[in-house]
Write a new protein. Structure first.
Length: 572
C-alpha cells in the first residue's frame, strides 16, 4: 500500500481513467490521435458499400435491424389470411365501401377487430383446400430464414416474402388487389433474384438466369404462393421438367405443376352483400374445388440443406485456406487478445483502486483514533489537574474557616471569664446566661468543624470522579462513532466497487459486441470478394474466434498501459 493512503496528495484520485473511451481507443484499438470509434465505423461502412454490401449497418447494428426484419418477414399463411380477410371485408361491405381504398389506413384495424367481422356459419371443409394446406406445410419448412453474419450467408433478404420496413420508410404498401396489374412479364419478380449479392452457378435457363438448387426451390414456393395459379417459372417462362427434376421426384414434379394444388380463386366471388343462406362467397366457392386429392404421395420438400451440405465442404475448404481469410482471422485474433489484455488491466486497476480505497479508510481510522486517544488522555489529565486544584482550594478555605472559628472562640472565652475590658475603660462587665450559651455553641462549632471539612472533601472527590467517568464515556462513544463512520464508508466503498465492476463488465460487453460486429462486416466483405472471385457461394459457417478469458483481477498492470500510473499511485 501507499505510504500515506490517507494523505491529501492522493485524495482526489478517481477510477475515471479506467472507463475513459480515449484510453480504450488508443491502447486497445490502437487508433491514432483524433480518431474515434465512430469514425472507424463510418470508414468501414464506406468500404463495405464499395465492396457491394447494400446495408452495412445490418452488421454494425444488428439489434436495430432485428425489429425491422421481424416486421418485414411475411409467411405464406399471413398472405393467405390477409387475402381472405380482404375479400371477407369486401363481401360484407355496402355499396359505398365495397372497394377498399388503397390509401385507407383502416384496413389493418378492420382486419384485426373481431367486432367488425360478421359471424360465419360452420361449413364442411374443402378437401382441395385442406390438401393444398397440407402440401404447403410440407414445402414451407425447407425455405427458412438465414441471417447474415460472419458465419452465414448474406442472402437474408432473399428468404423474406415481404419488403423490409426499414427500406420502405413511410411509404404505404400497395394493396394486394392491384399488385397483379403491375406485374411485368419481362422481368422476373421471384425472391430468388431480389437483393442478390452473388452470381449463381447452376442450370442455365433461356431467360439468361442461372439457378442453383436452392433458387429452384424458391421458384417452386413462389409458384405455390402465387394467386394466379402459375406453374414454377422464371421471367414468365415455365421451368423445364429437367430443371424441376433436379430437386423433385417425377411424381412431385407432376404434382406441383398439376391443377390439384391450385387454391380457389377467391377474387372471382366478390359480392356487396352477404352470401346466400348465411354463407360467404368464399364458402360457396369451395365446393367447386372439392375434388379428392390425387393418389400420388405428398411431395417432400426439396432438401436444400442436404444439397448445400454436399456443396459446402469443397467451397468451405477453399475458403479456409484463402490467404486473405487467414490474414484476416489472424488480425482478428490479435485484436481480441489485445483488447482482452486491456480489459485485464482495467479489472486489475479497478481492484487495486478498491483495495487502496479500503486501505485509505482503514489508515484514516487508525490515524484518527490515535489522535483522538491522545486528545482524550490530555483532556482527562487536565480534568484531574482541575480537580486537584479544586480540592486544594477547598482545603485552603477550610483552614481559613477553622482559624476564624478559633479566633472567635478565644474572644468569647475571654469575655465570659471577665478578663476582657473595653478599650479605654478598666470597668468590669456582667456576663449573662445568653453569653454563656453563645460560648457553648462556639465550642460545638469548633468541635464539628473537622468532620464538616472531611465531608466537603468527599463530596468534591465524588463529583470529580463522576465528571471523569462521564468524560471517559463520551470519549469512548466518540471512538465508537468514528469506527461506525469508517465502517459505513467501507460499506459504501464496497457498494461503489460492485457498481463499478458491474459498469465495467457492461462496458466491456458493449465494446466487445461492437468490435465483433465490425469483424462480422469485415468477414462479410471478404466473403463477398471471395464469392465474386471464385464465382461460387459460401453456405457453410465460417470459423468463429472466441474471446480469450481475462477474468484475473489481481496482479500488476502492464507497465506499457497508462493505467499502470494509476496502479502505481495506489500501490507504490
Amino acid at each position: 500500500m501507499a505510504e500515506d493512503p490517507g494523505g491529501n496528495c492522493l485524495s482526489g484520485l478517481t477510477p475515471a481513467p479506467i472507463f475513459d473511451d480515449a484510453v480504450y481507443q488508443a491502447e486497445a484499438l490502437h487508433l491514432p490521435h483524433g480518431q474515434s470509434e465512430d469514425m472507424l465505423d463510418e470508414q468501414l461502412v464506406l468500404a463495405a458499400r464499395d465492396s457491394g454490401i447494400g446495408d452495412p449497418y445490418h452488421f454494425l447494428c444488428p439489434d436495430v435491424n432485428d425489429v425491422s426484419t421481424a416486421m418485414s418477414t411475411m409467411t405464406v399463411d399471413s398472405e393467405l389470411r390477409s387475402s381472405m380477410s380482404m375479400h371477407s371485408r369486401e363481401s360484407q361491405s355496402t355499396g359505398i365501401t365495397s372497394h377498399p381504398s388503397r390509401t385507407s389506413k383502416d384496413g389493418p384495424f378492420l382486419e384485426q377487430s373481431p367486432t367488425l367481422r360478421a359471424p360465419q356459419p360452420a361449413v364442411q371443409p374443402s378437401h382441395s383446400l385442406d390438401y393444398y394446406d397440407a402440401v404447403m406445410s410440407r414445402l414451407r419448412p425447407s425455405i427458412g430464414h438465414r441471417h447474415s453474419s460472419s458465419s452465414t450467408s448474406a442472402t437474408n433478404s432473399i428468404l423474406s416474402a415481404g419488403s423490409s420496413i426499414s427500406k420502405l420508410g413511410g411509404r404505404k404498401r400497395s394493396s394486394g388487389i392491384f399488385s397483379m396489374f403491375k406485374r411485368d412479364t419481362s422481368a422476373c419478380t421471384s425472391r430468388a433474384h431480389q437483393n442478390q449479392h452473388f452470381r449463381s452457378t447452376g442450370i442455365k435457363l433461356e431467360c439468361g438466369h442461372s439457378l442453383s438448387k436452392y433458387e429452384i426451390c424458391v421458384h417452386i414456393q413462389d409458384a405455390l404462393n402465387s394467386r394466379e395459379h402459375v406453374v414454377p417459372n422464371c421471367c414468365g417462362k415455365p421451368l423445364p421438367r429437367a430443371v424441376l427434376a433436379t430437386v423433385l421426384t417425377e411424381d412431385e414434379t407432376d404434382l406441383v405443376t398439376a391443377d390439384a394444388l391450385r387454391r380457389p380463386d377467391y377474387s372471382s366471388h366478390r359480392d356487396s352483400g352477404y352470401g346466400e343462406e348465411g354463407m360467404s362467397p368464399i364458402d360457396r366457392a369451395r365446393p367447386k374445388y372439392s375434388r379428392s386429392p390425387p393418389t400420388v404421395p405428398f411431395p417432400s420438400a426439396p432438401n436444400t440443406s442436404r444439397d448445400m451440405a454436399r456443396e459446402t465442404p469443397e467451397n468451405l475448404n477453399m475458403a479456409l485456406i484463402d490467404k486473405a481469410f487467414i490474414t484476416l482471422r489472424a488480425e482478428r485474433r490479435k485484436q481480441f487478445q489485445g483488447i482482452s489484455s486491456f480489459e485485464s488491466n482495467q479489472r486489475k486497476a479497478l481492484s487495486a483502486f478498491h483495495q487502496w480505497s479500503l486501505g485509505r479508510l482503514a489508515s484514516r481510522l487508525e490515524t484518527t483514533r490515535e489522535q483522538r486517544t491522545k486528545q482524550h488522555a490530555l483532556e482527562l489529565e487536565r480534568l484531574d489537574e482541575s480537580q486537584i486544584m479544586a480540592e486544594h482550594d477547598l482545603r485552603k478555605a477550610q483552614a481559613q474557616e477553622a482559624q476564624n472559628v478559633a479566633t472567635a472562640l478565644k474572644y468569647m472565652e475571654a469575655y465570659c471569664s471577665g478578663t476582657h475590658s473595653s478599650r479605654g475603660e478598666g470597668k468590669s462587665h456582667t456576663v449573662t446566661d445568653e453569653d454563656r450559651k453563645k460560648l457553648a455553641r462556639q465550642h460545638l462549632v469548633q468541635q464539628n468543624l473537622p468532620h464538616k471539612h472531611e465531608s466537603a472533601i468527599n463530596v468534591l472527590r465524588a463529583k470529580q470522579e463522576k465528571d471523569a467517568e462521564i468524560k471517559r464515556q463520551k470519549q469512548a462513544a466518540e471512538i465508537q462513532q468514528l469506527e461506525a463512520d469508517v465502517e459505513r464508508d467501507v460499506r459504501a466503498e464496497e457498494a461503489q466497487f460492485a457498481k463499478d465492476e458491474k459498469r465495467l463488465e457492461a462496458v466491456i460487453e458493449a465494446r466487445r459486441k461492437r468490435v465483433g460486429n465490425r469483424w462480422d462486416l469485415k468477414m462479410e466483405m471478404w466473403k463477398k470478394e471471395w464469392e465474386n472471385r471464385h464465382k461460387s457461394t459460401l453456405h457453410g459457417p465460417l470459423p468463429q474466434e472466441e474471446w480469450p478469458e481475462s477474468t484475473q483481477k489481481e496482479g500488476p498492470v502492464d507497465p506499457s498501459s497508462s493505467l499502470a500510473l494509476l496502479y502505481i499511485q495506489v500501490t507504490g
